[in-house]
Structure formats: C-alpha cells, structure tokens
Design a protein around this ligand. Sequence first.
Ligand code: MN
Length: 331
Amino acid sequence: MNQTMNQMMKNNISEFFYAIDNSDKICVIGHVAPDGDCIGSVMALYEFLNATYDKEVYVGFDGKIPYNFKKYIDENLILSNFENEKFDLTVVLDCSDKERLGKYECVIANSKKTICIDHHKTNTEFADINIIDPKISSTGELLFHILKSENKEISLKMAEYIYIAIITDTGKFSYSSTSSITHNVASELMEIGIDIARIDNEIYNSKPINIVKAYIECISNINFYYNSKLGIAKITDEVIKKNNIDMNDIEGIVEFIREVDEIEISCVLKEYDVENTKVSLRSKNNIDVAEISKKFGGGGHIKAAGFQISKNLKDSEMIIVEELKKYLGEK
Ligand SMILES: [Mn+2]
C-alpha cells in the first residue's frame, strides 16, 4: 500500500495522528455483533494508544463477544453508561455506516472529532476523517499500513490482534481480497514473534460441543436452488434455544455451503424473531453480493455481504430465491 497510497490518504493519516496527539479522552469502537476483524483492529489500536500515550482510552463492542475471542479482551475495558459521556476523539473501525455502531451510535454525537478506518466498499464516510480502502483485506491490515506509514512500533500484542483480524477476514488467506502485500504483512507479524499455531487453535479449534451440534443440525437442512448454484441454510431460534447458544456462536455455515462444486452463491438466514431475519451472502465467483445487499438496505464486500429483512425465515428465503433469479437462471 505504501507505494500506492495517495496524497489524500496520507493527509488523512497525518490528521488521524494529529487528532490523537490533541485528545485526552479517546473511544475506540467497532460494528455490532463484533467479528474477528472488528475485535482485532479495535484491540490493536487500543493497545497502541494505551502503550504509546498517556490518555484515557475506552473500547466499545455492541453484542456478545464470540467465545473464541473472549480471552483476547478484558471485558472491564468495555465502555458502559456512556450515553452522557463526552469524548475528544472517537475512532470507528471496520464499520461501514453509523447505524452499524448499534448502541454506540450516540458516542459519535458526543465526540469532538471522529475518525473512521474501514475497508468496506459500501462505507458512507460518516466520520470527520475517513481512511477507507476497499482493496485491503481487512481493517486490521489497513491499520497496520497506517501505523507503519508513520513509523509507529507494532508490539507483540498488537501483532497478535492484527493477525487475528487478517486471518478471520481473509478465511486464512484464501479469499480474493488477500494480496501479496497481505502475506508480507503476515510475514512481518511473524517476525515480531506471534505464535500462529497457538492463535489458530484458539480461534478455530476451540468450539464447544453444543455449538458443533447446532451446526450439524443447520447444515443438514440446506436447500439448493438453480441446479445447486444457490444454497440456503437457516439458523432457527429453535436450534439456538435447544442447544443453549447464541445466534452468533454458529459460524462457518456460509463457507460450508460454498464448498459445493456448483455453488455460486451461498446464503445463511438467521431468525432473530418471527419478523426479523438476518441474511448473509457469499459469492464464489463474479456475482456482486454487496450490490444485491444494498438494494435491501445492507452492504459489505463484493464477495461477502448481508442485510436484514422484516420477514419471517420462509418468506425471506423466497425473496432471496426470486431476487437471484436474474443471476442464476431457472430454478
Ligand atoms: Mn472487516
């Protein structure tokens, strides 16, 4: 990125560090239902601010921290009772629009200055300073380039967080968003001393058995359409309750469907209540699921995007099947 970084990006980065220098009370937040990139980038920046400066720094995560990331976050750091708090600076990471901040949206209004660092193509540039690059694999990788461009030191802890952000958003370096530069970054993180095998076990090989049982139920009820070019799985409220887990505990179903040879689009529907369904879409080749999601008020990346729909599971499934007809042909 250093070669291709344009002047506007450089200016925004200088403004970012200038804003940090001139702030005493800083809040760092990510998007609702935090994932690996959100948690990794927020915590890496928290570590940087905490280790480098003498400032009051808080973090915000709206939604449950997934079981496999719990050990990476001291829950005492998470900001609560913030409705009337004022901040000098709020940095938002991995979040494409204000609404995705969930309960922390008010923090934006209560901050003198706001900065957004993100890699979503659908980012609405809602902050005062926006450092956005949709070509970069993950917000964690973007943060690494930003810190490096100003010769900031990356500690071992920061390196771990950035690595977690990268592996989770690139499907362990397998998605097309992974560049040769992403691998160079991973190489530098390894030079710093991260233990990649331990991180892999902690993030991926640590599933509680009840989550695995719920996963098995979900993948045994996948519906295929358009000669198996579309696969749709549903995570029902019943499965969640029966196995005593949270909706976001089940991961990897959308990736599992994509493993089917014919699949072009894989889809997972999450039943939040009878009239509220969350839709995740993944595209294997050329279909732009960010565009499709935008039509329904959502967003994301070309190959990974999503939206919410005020319909029950069955109706949501039919709407998606209908919408994808023009891309995938006859049922
Ligand atoms: Mn991300």
